[in-house]
Write a protein that binds this ligand. Structure first.
Ligand SMILES: N[C@@H](CCC[C@H](N)C(=O)O)C(=O)O
Length: 276
């Protein structure tokens, strides 16, 4: 069956966007892996499928799949691309959207300068809800990786994140350490791994080894989790510019119980059709 798609990206974290409202789309892990493959498919970090909502208060529902075929709970860059996609595809004329995701309801605002601001909800810090094996909630945790102990922050933005502080992201062992922490036994659903360099109280740099993908050029939920972890350690103020390899996100968080706000761009690359 031939389906229309859009190729989009948020700071280089790229997506195959599928409209499952006006098209009948049946996805399987094999099909997702094929769509995401950069040699035999379209190529992307994640596939995002837009559907009609189940909750009558929501405008849409979307589902998000990693390149390895696994369905995941949340995606910050995908949320911004979604807001632009539903307008471009004329699925809505609204600039304020409420969308149902596996991580709960998100509120999105399309701004005039092509930026999208997303209320990502409050971070989850209780270890069992992340999920992360720990006796009690703490700002940081020791994590033994092959006999070497690293200090990590553990945060869920609907999806799980570990955050490590590094002196310099350019030399951080992302490729070596990322996969080991991603599948560490204390994270039973695996984890996204952020390497965070604090430059000042309102500026930081971040690289993220994403669960189910590998290192990406940007990770929106990773930037939110990094902000939360840094704020809990009192290393930053309420608003931080986080520079990722693909560009910069503005993240705002005023403390536990409060929602995290992420603002950044969404870019359409091209529209196409593929036989699924
Ligand atoms: N790139 C995303 C996160 C996508 C999901 C993640 N890899 C996971 O497995 O949780 C973002 O921008 O947040």
């Amino acid at each position: 069956m031939r389906v229309k798609f859009s190729k989009m990206h948020g700071l280089g974290n790229d997506f195959v966007m599928l409209d499952g409202i006006t098209q009948r789309i049946k996805l399987s892990p094999e099909k997702i892996r094929c769509l995401a493959d950069r040699h035999i498919g379209i190529g992307c970090d994640q596939v995002l499928l837009v559907e009609s909502p189940r909750n009558p208060d929501a405008d849409f529902r979307y589902r998000i799949f990693n390149a390895d075929g696994g369905e995941v709970e949340n995606c910050g860059n995908g949320a911004r691309c979604f807001a632009k996609f539903v307008r471009e595809r004329r699925l809505t004329g609204k600039k304020q959207l409420l969308v149902e995701t596996a991580a709960g309801m998100l509120e999105l605002s399309l701004m005039d300068d092509d930026q999208v601001s997303v209320d990502m909800g409050a971070p989850i810090l209780e270890p069992e809800q992340i999920p992360f094996a720990a006796d009690r909630r703490a700002e940081t945790y020791p994590l033994d990786v092959d006999g070497e102990v690293f200090t990590i922050g553990a945060v869920s933005m609907g999806n799980p994140h570990a955050v490590l502080l590094v002196d310099d992201v350019d030399t951080a062992p992302v490729a070596a350490l990322g996969p080991k922490i991603e599948s560490h036994q204390r994270f039973p659903q695996r984890v996204n791994v952020g390497f965070l360099q604090i430059e000042s109280r309102d500026r930081a740099r971040l690289r993220v080894f994403e669960r189910g993908v590998g290192e990406t050029r940007a990770c929106g939920t990773g930037a939110c989790a990094a902000m939360v972890s840094a704020r809990l350690r009192d290393l930053v103020d309420d608003s931080v510019e986080i520079a990722l390899p693909g560009g910069t996100l503005t993240i705002h968080w005023s403390g536990p119980g409060q929602p995290v706000t992420m603002t950044g761009p969404a870019t359409t690359v091209y529209h196409g059709q593929i036989v699924l």
